[in-house]
Design a protein. Structure first.
Length: 279
């Protein structure tokens, strides 16, 4: 049986890496960079053999006319981001082997766990994967299993379903026919607005961010699911449903409170959350 060794959730903001390298970054950015370095060291210290990476495509390859709710990538290699993301944000590229056997085993275990995963042998990973991977495993030396979630194209699965899928992924990892040490890395965000009147703020809804991170930090699954409705998230910012990937992590952690969690509030470009569960 495989062993789950760590669960980490961080942002995938394409702006954040550049903000760190700017001359004289503000204190909140320095603190966030230190938080993420601590997350990297945490994962490294547990010596995973493979990373299951859970994130969302930003309408780069899946669109409104063809959007799987949950998809496992099982091509031999995962590379990204997309060229226009590199041009726009200067994001560092990332390339990793895919642990195809683990991906296929999870795919075959999934129906028994109540999840009908889609799958793909042809995909590219966008910044939702490459940004967190560059923070947590910049060496590019570990194989990954990419899992794509739909947080962009309605109807988006509700928070309860994200939580249930997280619990199911935990059971899949437990039943993998191998002795691999598995780390889980997911990316999402808190309240954020793109192209709307609240864009450019530190957070489009700081109260939402504080409330939800407080609930996550306490392991309060019931109220996280109650608060993370499509309507409430969209009222906080038009792409806030990316928060659902953190709800999935709560399921993966069987509803336990994270070992560490927190959020920083830079003056612009969105809040910077982090969370980790020691298993």
């Amino acid at each position: 049986m495989a062993e789950l060794v760590e669960i980490i959730g961080i942002t995938h903001s394409p702006n954040f890496p550049g903000m760190i390298t700017e001359p004289n970054p503000e204190p909140a950015i320095i603190q966030a960079a230190q938080d993420y370095e601590a997350m990297r060291k945490r994962m490294t210290s547990l010596h995973p053999d493979v990373l299951v990476v859970i994130a969302s495509d930003h309408l780069n390859q899946f669109f409104m006319d063809n959007m799987p709710a949950f998809l496992i990538g099982k091509a031999p290699k995962a590379e990204g981001p997309f060229p226009h993301e590199v041009r726009t944000f200067g994001i560092a590229p990332y390339s990793a082997e895919v642990e195809v056997d683990v991906a296929k085993n999870m795919l075959h275990l999934a129906p028994r766990m109540g999840v009908d995963f889609s799958f793909s042998d042809e995909f590219r990973i966008d910044h939702a994967f490459t940004v967190p991977l560059n923070f947590i495993r910049p060496e590019m030396d570990l194989p990954i299993v990419p899992i794509f979630t739909n947080v962009m194209a309605p109807p988006v699965p509700p928070a309860q379903r994200f939580f249930e899928v997280g619990k199911a992924i935990r059971r899949m990892i437990d039943e993998l026919p191998s002795s691999k040490r598995v780390g889980v890395l997911s990316s999402g965000h808190l309240a954020i607005e793109i192209g709307g009147p609240k864009e450019g703020r530190s957070s489009s809804d700081p109260e939402f961010d504080r409330r939800m991170m407080n609930l996550v930090g306490r392991g309060d699954v019931k109220n996280v699911i109650k608060e993370a409705t499509w309507e409430k998230m969209m009222a906080s910012g038009n792409v806030t449903p990316g928060f659902l990937n953190f709800v999935l992590l709560m399921g993966l952690a069987n509803g336990e409170a994270p070992t560490v969690s927190g959020v920083r509030f830079p003056k612009s470009k969105g809040s910077v959350p982090y969370m980790a569960w020691d298993i």
